[in-house]
Design a protein around this ligand. Structure first.
Ligand code: ZN
Length: 278
């Protein structure tokens, strides 16, 4: 994404030179769920109900950019639901020029329609990100022929795929689809789980971890992730509107890491993934 695109993220308002430079180094959240136009919102008790409030809260937290997906798509009961969700993502990417990159979410129940939607999002809307997929929300599995079709199409179209998994699913996906770039959100709950998840990502070059959700609040875990995986495959993500974006940023800022590693985690890694995807 060029300087011009980023500079236009406040529609109509030209930015100062300083603001442009700052935006280019701005924090990039790899894991955002927007409040949907149909009222779907993952936040447990609503305080940011719509896009203007969502964006204002990100401003308050110092998050300048991010990958957005629609909760309407995650909760889809029919292909029409996820198509609507993905179109609202495209609409907001357009409205907040340069601020967000759009992500396509499908459910695999009617697989031909799902595959077509993945193609359409790439060709018509320029999306290069899929997910966050959350199989538990509508009850599907990742170890099926249908899901393998999704993973293979993702690799063919050069998508980054973000998938919520338990540790076993994580191992299976990282191992089975080495051609697909996969971002696994969440470090984990227990110490055992966190260490296992870090080890899986470390062993699979196609895998990255995003820092959203549980685990990041345990001091030292981020340092362990960087030590085992390398700073290149650790991404800042918050899971906002569910979780607090600035809590994760605070841990990254306070962590015993080099300034260069901190920059990689806060924005350079996700920029690299997006640029590589097209
Ligand atoms: Zn999430």
């Amino acid at each position: 994404m060029g300087v011009v695109g980023l500079a236009e993220f406040v529609a109509g308002d030209p930015l100062t030179r300083q603001a442009v430079a700052e935006t280019r180094r701005g924090i990039f959240d790899a894991h955002l769920h927007i409040p949907s136009d149909n009222g779907e919102n993952f936040q447990w008790h609503l305080v940011t109900r719509n896009m203007p409030e969502f964006v204002a809260y990100l401003d308050k937290c110092g998050v300048r950019r991010g990958v957005i997906s629609s909760s309407w798509s995650n909760k889809a009961q029919t292909p029409e639901d996820y198509r609507n969700g993905n179109r609202e993502v495209a609409k907001y990417v357009e409205r907040y020029k340069g601020r967000f990159r759009g992500s396509c979410v499908i459910t695999p129940f009617r697989i031909q329609e799902a595959l077509r939607e993945i193609e359409d999002c790439r060709k018509q809307h320029g999306f290069v990100w899929l997910g966050e997929f959350c199989n538990y929300m509508t009850g599907y599995k990742y170890d099926t022929p249908e899901w393998a079709q999704v993973m293979r199409l993702a690799a063919r179209l050069n998508y980054v795929v973000q998938i919520h998994t338990n540790t076993q699913e994580m191992q299976y996906l990282a191992e089975t689809f080495p051609e697909t770039t996969i971002v696994f959100p969440h470090l984990g709950g227990s110490q055992k789980e966190i260490f296992a998840r870090i080890a899986i990502v470390a062993q699979h070059k196609n895998a990255c971890i995003d820092l959203s959700g549980s685990g990041i609040e345990r001091v030292g875990i981020l340092e362990r992730a960087v030590k085992e995986i390398g700073a290149e495959r650790v991404l800042y993500g918050s899971d906002f509107t569910i979780n607090e974006p600035s809590a994760v940023i605070a841990r990254v800022r306070n962590a015993f890491l080099t300034p260069a590693d901190r920059e990689k985690i806060l924005f350079r890694n996700v920029e690299r993934l997006l640029a590589r995807a097209g």
